[in-house]
Design a protein around this ligand. Structure first.
Ligand SMILES: Cc1ncc(COP(=O)(O)O)c(C=O)c1O
Length: 482
């Protein structure tokens, strides 16, 4: 009897194209330095190249691979170029890519323990590994009152922390009645925009987010935090949530956790620590002083998808009281009831996050940690920090450029002494060259250039080339303007 009709890809075809895709990815990474780092296309230019109608009949896979080369790649900004210094990195590695592939290959949806026990148990195990790898407070270990979970992003982690804090502050009623209590939360002017977004989504309202002042290193001033909290109390508004950042996005400023933490303890307020990129640095003992006081926090997150060689998306979120998080986020419809959950012996991570469904993200992180070992991750993190520090030294020694913020780790904020317009032109010219990609921020009202070292394969030669190019481009612009 002949096979029933099918449009599926056969196993043999899958193998053939699977090998071809791996070859394609390896070649892409090998040749990435020949491509302009930032995409050079105009809005709409890529879309114009797509067929206006979806195909009625399926197409051979090699046509798709051809289009990757000719249509997609010209519209790609090469985040994995070693000369990508923009924003914060989203670095990847061979083991992580393979881990992603394995996760796609088995295609599980791990919303509850019962839908794939290994998905949950590996995640719990890895979160415990990370507690020891980063020397995090023991209260985050899963066997106690706390635990860790992988979220898609630091934005989601902040929102989950905020919701749990709101429920604690309102004695678990605001989920039912809506939030009617006057509540206030606090973050520095340098906190990531995801904090304000979380405040909006959680129904607290941006007007109830107090912006705490920062010092000359752009770190939160604890005395201003305390002042603002006390003023709210006097006015009958309850402080309930503080976000401190270890490594702000603009300048990598480090909020003083111990002082902030003790104020939060005194006032019974939830402290969330956002270490989206810089959390990875805690893998190296010499950088752990930046996290001093973390034991006073109620939750903490960092993104292996930024600086731990793990494909986006992967945010590790730890809470001291998992019961509060679960209470805030759990709803149990009949169709999800199952024996394992009812025993209370298993973790159902759907109750630790916003969406129901969840990918098997732990696989890629497991592959990374097992491939590199702690030693390998430390080696590469140290190298990035060393490269950034060298760059900062060159800036410092130059008469034409100046540092605009301290450089605690791998982000250098700097500018040419000629002012904002000049720096904007310098930035545009550099990025249009295709040789590197850096981005900007504003510090004390002035345009500042940011160079962040975190792409997996960035080496000294890339930093040297970047510095040469920056100096030469600035020199040419000065000459042109005369
Ligand atoms: C300090 C900080 N917090 C939060 C975020 C948001 O990260 P995500 O994209 O994981 O939501 C970022 C992004 O760069 C960040 O730098």
């Amino acid at each position: 009897m002949s096979d029933p009709k099918s449009y599926h890809m056969s196993s043999d075809e899958f193998k053939k194209w699977g090998y071809a895709v791996i070859d394609w990815i390896a070649d892409y990474h090998e040749t990435i330095e020949s491509r302009p780092v930032r995409a050079r296309v105009k809005p709409g230019e890529i879309r114009e190249k797509f067929s206006p109608h979806p195909p009625i009949s399926g197409e051979p896979f090699d046509r798709i691979l051809e289009d990757m080369e000719t249509i997609i790649l010209p519209g790609i900004t090469h985040w994995q170029s070693p000369s990508f210094f923009a924003f914060f990195p989203a670095n990847v590695s061979g083991p992580s890519i393979l881990g992603e592939l394995l996760s796609s290959g088995i295609g599980v949806q791990g919303m509850i323990w019962a839908t794939s026990p290994a998905c949950t148990e590996l995640e719990t195990h890895l979160m415990d590994w990370l507690v020891s790898m980063l020397d995090l407070p023991p209260k985050y270990i899963s066997t106690g009152s706390g635990g860790g979970v992988i979220q898609d992003s630091a934005s989601s982690a902040a929102l989950c922390a905020l919701l749990a804090a709101r429920e604690e502050a309102t004695k678990q009623v605001s989920n039912h009645t809506g939030c009617t209590m006057p509540l206030a939360c606090y973050a520095s002017s340098q906190a990531h925009s995801s904090i304000e977004k979380a405040v909006r989504i959680a129904g607290i309202g941006s007007d109830n987010l107090r912006i705490v002042e920062v010092d000359s290193s752009f770190a939160m001033i604890p005395a201003d935090l305390e002042r603002k909290m006390r003023r709210d109390c006097e006015e009958g508004i309850q402080p309930f949530f503080v976000v401190a950042t270890i490594g702000t996005t603009s300048s990598n400023a480090m909020d003083p956790l111990r002082k902030i933490g003790s104020i939060c303890r005194d006032m019974g307020v939830w402290l969330h620590v956002d270490a989206a990129m810089s959390g990875t640095a805690a893998v190296c003992p010499e950088f752990r002083f930046l996290f001093d006081g973390l034991e006073l926090a109620d939750s903490f997150c960092f993104n292996p998808h930024k600086w731990m060689f793990t494909n986006f998306d992967c945010d590790c979120f730890f809470v001291a009281r998992k019961a509060s998080l679960i209470h805030a986020l759990s709803i149990l419809p009949e169709y999800l009831r199952n024996r394992a959950s009812q025993t209370g012996e298993v973790i159902d991570y759907r109750d630790w996050q916003i969406p129901l469904g969840r990918r098997f993200r732990a696989l890629k992180l497991w592959c990374v940690i097992r491939h590199y070992g702690i030693e390998g991750i430390r080696f590469h993190v140290r190298k990035h920090v060393d490269l950034a520090q060298r760059f900062a030294k060159w800036v410092n020694e130059s008469d034409d450029f100046e540092l605009t913020a301290p450089v605690p780790l791998n982000l250098v904020c700097f500018r040419h002494v000629n002012g904002d317009d000049f720096n904007q032109e310098l930035l545009d010219t550099l990025n249009n060259s295709g040789d590197l990609y850096i981005t900007h921020t504003r510090l004390e009202e002035h345009l500042t250039l940011r160079l962040c070292v975190g792409q997996t394969n960035t080496e000294l030669s890339h930093i040297e080339h970047a510095w040469d190019l920056i100096q030469k481009t600035a020199f040419d612009l000065v000459r042109k303007s005369r």
